[in-house]
Design a protein around this ligand. Structure first.
Ligand code: LLP
Length: 428
């Protein structure tokens, strides 16, 4: 639940705003972000790391959720920003995010995207392959600058998560493999390449990870790799970015580690490994997305159709679905819903919240308890702040919902709802 969620007179309030009133004013489907929750998580990430490890920074992984307002908030809270390509970079720059605190990711950034990033003066480019190393070196040369880079290493650590979002194991499209010492040999290339400076190393083992030991193992692999680089190439790698991935609770019974436990685990692992290999402590970075924003977000829908199949299932159709939240169709993701205008009542029925799209797999919530639904009810689905808006589509000509930030009883539209005209504005 968002931090400020409360029930008053049977209505769900977030940020001091009545979600039923907000749905009526703004229409549904609607994304709502609890600004206090988001800011507190950002603060607690920064302070959990800095209090244990002075030379550390937290990078907000904007792929989880990006609009200009969240970029401004991340900037105000002192975070850096991870962008996955030219589009996210453009949004960040338009929001006034300082380019020198931007980290650029992606396994196939186009030469054009690299040029945009380098000319904008981004802080670090996370180089994903040997081919890309050559491209960055050449483009930086053409632009007459020296670009700070990281190399993304695949540490060969199996994270305990969904197949589609595992990234650290060897069979991955991402990063430099350590097999056959490939990554190690590429470090030599990076050190020799003109117009780039090898500032650090990066790894990311996966997302929605519950088992902290995977992060500890990855940290140890990376630090031992840094020690080999020092021994063989006589070069100190100054920065280590351990990626994102901390899991969150989608259901009441989920028990992920806290931000504090994650910070304790990773900072201890890095310190212990550095001690073991006799290395100076590098600058340490992490780049969380989901664990910053998922729980701060909810989606509001209006119930439009009820269909009961006796002994089979009760379908509650809402005015959105896979266009605003593809995660259920894609990963069988679980969410907890409540009826915002009956929030104080017991959830006595098991229902499937289906969407309005022309696919049977179009569901937001499958077989979960809900209060007795009626037409016109406002349903709130929790935990939708990450990877819902950012993965949204216009399937079936569905305009994207507006995004409203709520705080201290005030609601602010930070992204307006798409219009029908927006849908064909680019058609010639
Ligand atoms: N850094 C890199 C290089 C990443 O690829 C990711 C996520 C992150 C950081 C942030 O990870 P987080 O802290 O959010 O777990 N669409 C999927 C998640 C894909 C994650 C992709 N990379 C989902 O909806 O579950």
């Amino acid at each position: 639940l968002p931090e400020t969620a409360e029930v008053k007179d049977d209505h769900l309030f977030v940020g001091g705003v009545d979600m039923v009133d907000l749905a009526r004013e703004q229409g549904t489907a609607l994304y709502v972000i609890d600004e206090a929750d988001l800011r507190h998580r950002m603060e607690s990430y920064v302070s959990s790391f800095r209090s244990r490890y002075e030379n550390s920074d937290v990078i907000y992984a904007s792929k989880a959720f990006l609009n200009k307002e969240v970029a401004r908030i991340a900037n105000q809270e002192g975070l850096c920003l991870d962008v996955s390509g030219g589009g996210e970079l453009a949004c960040a720059l338009a929001a006034g995010f300082p380019a020198d605190r931007v980290f650029v990711h992606g396994n196939n950034k186009t030469p054009q995207e690299l040029r945009e990033a380098i000319s904008a003066g981004v802080g670090r480019i996370v180089v994903d392959s040997r081919i890309e190393l050559g491209r960055v070196s050449r483009i930086a040369g053409e632009l007459g600058v020296t670009q700070d880079i990281y190399l993304r290493i695949t540490p060969g650590v199996e994270a305990d998560t969904h197949e589609y979002i595992k990234t650290g194991c060897e069979d991955s499209k991402f990063g430099f493999t350590m097999l056959d010492d490939f990554a190690f040999r590429c470090v030599e290339d990076a050190l020799a390449a003109p117009n780039v400076r090898l500032a650090g190393l990066h790894c990311h083992i996966g997302s929605q990870v519950f088992a902290l030991h995977s992060f500890r193992e990855a940290a140890d692999v990376m630090v031992s790799f840094m020690a080999r680089i020092r021994d063989q190439y006589g070069c100190a790698i100054e920065e280590l970015d351990l990626g994102g991935g901390l899991g969150i609770a989608y259901l009441a019974d989920d028990a992920p580690s806290s931000i504090d436990e994650f910070a304790e685990c990773t900072t201890t692992a890095v310190k212990e490994s550095c001690e073991k290999y006799g290395l100076d402590l590098p600058r340490l970075l992490v780049e969380p997305g989901r664990s910053l924003v998922a729980n701060a977000g909810i989606t509001l829908y209006t119930v439009g159709i009820l269909k009961t199949l006796p002994n089979i299932r009760k379908y509650v159709a809402v005015d959105g679905g896979m266009s605003d939240n593809i995660r259920t169709a894609l990963y069988h993701a679980d969410y907890e819903p409540t009826i915002a205008n009956k929030a104080g009542q017991a959830r006595t029925e098991i229902v499937t919240l289906c969407g309005k799209h022309c696919e049977s797999g179009d569901a937001v919530v499958i077989d979960m308890p809900l209060q007795t639904p009626e037409l016109g009810d406002i349903v709130a689905v929790f935990g939708t702040g990450a990877y819902c808006y950012s993965m949204s589509s216009n399937y079936n000509g569905q305009p994207r919902p507006a995004i409203v930030f709520v705080r201290d009883g005030q609601a602010r539209v930070t992204t307006r709802r798409e219009t029908y005209e927006d849908l064909y504005a680019r058609d010639l």
